[in-house]
Design a protein around this ligand. Sequence first.
Ligand SMILES: [Zn+2]
Length: 159
Amino acid sequence: MDTLLDLLNSRPLVDGEEQDALGDPAGGRRWAREHGGEGSLAELALLRETRDILRDVVRGERSPAGLSPLLEGVHQIPEITSEGLQWTVEAPPHARLAVEVVLAWAATEKHMPGRLRPCANGACQLFLLDRSRANRARWCSMAVCGNREKARRHYERTR
Ligand SMILES: [Zn+2]
């Protein structure tokens, strides 16, 4: 679940300039390894592609069907264990992490529909997953975007 949000948020704006945690091979491979990946260049390329499609899908700018090519060649293998029925996802090694992210996105949409969304601050490129009961979170971070928005409204009221 957190890899999903981390991947979506790996292209933040910092002082108005976009940073990309997956932008250079060394940093990108480190990011992948820190999230349980193998750290290959093929994996990094796939992670970038997955991220950019997912960002459009979560923003509602692209059909979720755009994710389907990422699941080509992926299988689920059933196995009976002492814990009962277990499904193991089989994917090419370089694709495993990206596939896990797509599956995490699908599970989030199923179990928490509408709760993964873009930050309401138009000048912010981050996403949030609202786990609260009220389901009214609008900002990636109350401390950063929430306060900025409040200050902006205050300024408009008092002008
Ligand atoms: Zn934000």
